[in-house]
Design a protein around this ligand. Structure first.
Ligand code: GLY
Ligand code: MN
Ligand code: MN
Length: 437
């Protein structure tokens, strides 16, 4: 691990040097950030360190810390260790990464100013992190390059992401069991947390735990404590984190055989075919459009929409059933930065009519993307379709019968390599199934 980390750090140093040179600065300074408080209250919101900070070292929970990189020098960590008897103060840093940093300990946030360089300094952080005259300036040309390069994962990062996948799969296995046992969304969610070893606050995103028609809400944010009268379907989109790196996995289960189970299997077939195309040189926008075409085929084969698949895509009919993007970059953030811009920060446009696609770049080795096609039965979008020119092509009885099931999403993370794609999620799933066999 230490070796992987040393190589990771060498890559960050190189990228930092290139970004500083491009933007005309001599030092890179990164603030971990500050806690934010509820209005008129003394309770802070959960803290999460600046992702630029977490890229250099795995301290996700510590405000008022700083990293300094000056080309040619060892990176410096200014570490905030307050004398605080209300809370457990941060322990002195330890782990595989510590030996690579010079360390200065501060007791008060303002003491950081004495350790930070002045002059031509790029300061990356939120405005509130300012101490004395050290005020974040977030130079755009520097950020553009760093965000773009963050799309290419180091071996260290891939290792963290594989581990995050395994951690998430422990939760997914327990969640499926809780569903099969007739649990409520809240009970399923708790089973997920217990098995993955997460609390609500350290998940990479709020878990999406949907029984029945709730699966039609793309980012359903509740976890109902009520057990429904009948369990028809279960969609769970839940992740995990290792050293700040996220997993983002979705599975959909049918309670029993039938039309919905067949539809889940058909979506999964297409999902796997799309995962197999995560290869260098592939424009992700084309893959997204291919996904629409494949889902059109599923809708036609299932007898839901009787139209030529190409026409279904061209006329926007598939967007009613699949109203989000095929996937996104993932890493330090579940929706990682840098998905829609080139190295110079120029926007790479989305295909017209696809406003939610988060990734428009061409795939290259080192990129990790999610592949997450879905088919949903969303009443408001279906009402528009029913009022439009293609209503006659839809078997509305079939749609009515599927509404109580909500929808389907199947989501894996796939790494682009020089060679065959590496499906991080399926590998971890196989591991989890073998563990529990
Ligand atoms: N969990 C949010 C997403 O899949 O993008
Ligand atoms: Mn996702
Ligand atoms: Mn997801």
């Amino acid at each position: 691990m230490s070796q992987h980390y040393a190589a990771h750090l060498a890559t960050l140093v190189q990228r930092s040097e290139a970004a500083l040179a491009r933007a005309g600065f001599d030092h890179l300074v990164i603030a971990s950030g500050v806690e934010k408080y509820h209005f008129l209250d003394d309770r802070p919101y959960p803290f999460r360190a600046n992702p630029h900070f977490r890229h250099w070292l795995p301290l996700a929970q510590q405000p008022h810390c700083w990293i300094v990189h000056t080309p040619g020098r060892r990176p410096l960590l200014v570490h905030h260790q307050p004398d605080d008897y209300w809370h457990v103060p941060p322990a002195p840093p330890e782990g595989f990464w510590v030996e690579h940093f010079d360390l200065r300990v501060i007791r008060e946030p303002r003491e950081a100013a004495a350790h930070l360089p002045r002059g031509r300094v790029a300061i990356v952080g939120e405005a509130d992190a300012a101490v004395a005259d050290v005020v974040p300036n977030n130079p755009q040309p520097l950020l553009d390059l760093l965000h773009h390069e963050r799309g290419f994962k180091t071996a260290y990062e891939l290792d963290r992401m594989r581990r995050a996948q395994r951690r998430a799969w422990k939760g997914h296995r327990a969640a499926e069991a809780a569903f099969r046992n007739g649990g409520s969304e809240r009970e399923i969610h708790r089973a997920y947390l217990d098995a993955s070893g997460h609390g609500d606050l350290d998940l990479p995103y709020g878990s999406i735990v949907c029984l029945n028609a709730h699966a039609a809400v793309l980012h359903y944010q509740h976890q109902s404590p009520e057990r429904p009268a009948k369990h028809l379907s279960f969609l769970i989109d839940a992740g995990a984190e290792v050293d700040g790196y996220a997993a983002d996995i979705t599975r959909t289960y049918a309670a029993r055989e039938g039309a919905f189970a067949d539809l889940v299997a058909a979506v999964e077939d297409e999902q796997l075919a799309l995962c197999a195309q995560v290869s260098a040189g592939r424009d992700f926008r084309d893959l997204h459009l291919e996904c629409h075409l494949r889902l059109a085929g599923v809708l036609r084969n299932a007898g839901i929409v009787d139209m030529d698949p190409g026409a279904m895509v061209a006329e926007g009919v598939t967007r009613v059933f699949f109203p989000h993007g095929l996937g996104h970059l993932i890493g330090l953030q579940v929706h990682d930065v840098g998905g829609r811009h080139d190295r110079e920060g120029r926007e790479i446009p989305r295909p017209q009519g696809h406003p939610y696609l988060r990734l428009t770049r061409t795939l290259a080795p080192g990129m990790v993307v999610t592949i997450e096609p879905g088919l949903y039965f969303i009443p408001s979008l279906l009402a528009e379709l029913r009022a439009g020119p293609h209503a006659g092509a839809v078997d509305w009885d079939a749609v009515e019968a599927l509404l109580p099931y909500g929808g389907i999403r199947i989501e894996d993370e796939v790494a682009c390599t020089e060679d065959e794609p590496e499906n991080l999620t399926r590998e971890a799933e196989a591991w989890a199934r073998a563990e529990s066999a």
